[in-house]
Design a protein around this ligand. Structure first.
Ligand code: ATP
Length: 467
């Protein structure tokens, strides 16, 4: 971790992120033509590519780089008893207050961060006009009905987390995966929570994607594996370019702990709204397996044939949000700088997303300098060679400076320009997004060169500029 504590001045405003996401087709407010539906967002082309890369890197860290974790994709609709056993039906609540004056609802435990319905510069309850009710518990699960008739017994819930789909499959996985504790089951998928006060763009929404892994261990090893996963998960964000000084671990106070957890630490990121949870790492003990064993009547335990020992494994859970991580990567990557090159007017500002090349939606853009003299044809050939291994884009529209700026704003690390010389000597110009350096490279083997650069270790230049 860096010594200097970053300030909010080091952090871009949320408005700039929202504007860039809209302008460049990353993320739009949902149902906009009907006036929008609160805090719901749709991902456009570059947003889909970026979030897919975030999820892909998570899968890579969980599956490809390890031998002890397997994947699962469980249903969103599960037996209602799942939520009874997990404690969600009784306890997955947030305290809610209504204001009789402005008719708005607020989370009672977030009043200090929220805006009064009438005077947004004040907090709910701060003005004389505010008339708040007593706090009452509100269950965050979305209810729905299974089948065509809304009758009793047909009530189901949209899952509020992916984790329970893992626990209820423990026996299946144990039987077929030939794994023994310590081993993990990982899942990525949509979760739904009827949040009382969603907001701050995609930071908190009612429909979001989670990346959760349940790691089953012999009970005595749980503390060791908790530390292991804290370090692993923090390293994941840093390896993908997040500035270490903008990331911190925060242990939950005893009164903050969930009912199932003996220890929880959050990986927090310095968002434009301050330090906030990015991911939670919890020691869930044997709570979930024991609860499901009790409610289902199935034995959910591990029998060690070597030692003859039978036990209910303990669980360490790193639980991350794909949308929240995407937002953190966008915030950390956003940069503005003054440039006087590439046809830009003196002192012109360029906006650039300094994303890790592995996360960048598009890895390379192939640009013919002019739309004649066989340059477009050669550029298309290069684009075709690249697309076999990386996400590549062909763009021949407009002045070259404008095309570079467009690629900067979507975070494309490499622009490959085909010019007059390319047709003569089989080289092109490789432009680096961060340094703006341009070098001649042979066209032959360029796809392999780009792939090599995308996979190489990378450090954000923002670190050396503003330590
Ligand atoms: P919070 O305290 O922010 O409500 P939580 O502690 O309830 O979050 P968990 O249940 O631990 O969250 O979920 C794991 C991760 O899922 C969170 O760290 C976050 O990244 C993501 N997440 C949870 N709720 C939301 C939401 N409403 N919108 C977007 N992401 C979410």
């Amino acid at each position: 971790m860096a010594d200097a504590t970053p300030t909010h001045e080091d952090v871009v405003t949320m408005d700039k992120i929202v504007a860039l996401c809209k302008r460049r087709g990353f993320i739009f407010p949902s149902s906009e033509i009907y006036g929008g539906v609160g805090s719901t967002y749709d991902y456009g082309h570059y947003g889909v590519l970026l979030k897919n890369n975030v999820k892909g890197e998570w899968w890579r860290a969980m599956l490809q780089e390890r031998d002890d974790i397997v994947a699962i994709d469980s249903a969103i609709l599960q037996h209602p008893k799942v939520w009874e056993a997990s404690g969600h039906l009784a306890g997955f609540t947030d305290p809610l207050v209504d204001c009789r004056t402005c008719k708005q609802r607020f989370r009672a435990d977030h009043l200090a961060e929220l805006q009064c319905g009438r005077k947004p510069s004040r907090h709910p309850g701060e003005t004389d006009e505010c008339d708040l009710t007593q706090a009452r518990d509100f269950n965050l699960m979305f209810e729905t009905t299974i089948g065509p008739v809304k009758e009793s017994g047909a009530t189901a819930y949209l899952r509020p987390e992916t984790a329970q789909g893992i626990f209820i499959n423990f026996k299946n996985v144990l039987q077929f995966s030939r794994k023994r504790p310590p081993f993990g089951i990982a899942q990525v998928g949509k979760s739904f929570r009827n949040e009382i006060t969603p907001g701050n763009f995609i930071f908190r929404t009612r429909e979001f994607e989670q990346m959760e892994m349940e790691y089953f261990v012999p009970p005595a090893e749980a503390p060791k594996w908790f530390e292991h996963w804290l370090a692993e998960r923090e390293r994941w964000y840093v390896d993908l370019g997040i500035r270490p000084g903008h990331l911190r671990l925060r242990a939950h106070e005893p009164e903050e702990l969930s009912h199932y957890s003996s220890r929880t630490s959050d990986v927090e990121y310095l968002f434009p709204i301050g330090w906030q949870e990015l991911e939670g790492i919890a020691n869930r003990g044997d709570f979930d397996l024991s609860q499901h064993a009790e409610h289902s009547g199935e034995k959910l335990e591990y029998f060690d044939q070597g030692s003859g020992e039978r036990y209910v494994p303990h669980v360490i859970e790193p639980a991350a949000g794909a949308d929240r991580a995407t937002l953190a990567f966008l915030v950390d990557a956003y940069d503005e700088e003054t440039v006087e090159r590439e046809g830009a007017g003196a002192g012109e500002t360029r906006t650039v997303l300094r994303l890790h090349p592995r996360l960048a939606p598009v890895k390379a853009a192939v640009l013919p300098l002019v739309n004649k003299d066989r340059q477009p044809e050669l550029a298309r050939e290069v684009h075709d060679a690249l697309r076999a291994t990386v996400q590549s884009e062909y763009d021949d529209g407009g002045a070259i400076g404008r095309r570079y700026r467009r690629q900067d704003e979507i975070g494309t690390p490499f622009c490959l320009t085909i010019d007059h010389q390319s047709l003569q000597d089989g080289t092109l110009t490789l432009r680096d997004r961060d340094s703006l350096a341009q070098e001649r490279q042979p066209i032959e083997g360029i796809a392999e060169e780009i792939e090599r650069r995308v996979l190489a270790p990378w450090r954000t230049p923002k670190l050396s500029e503003r330590p």
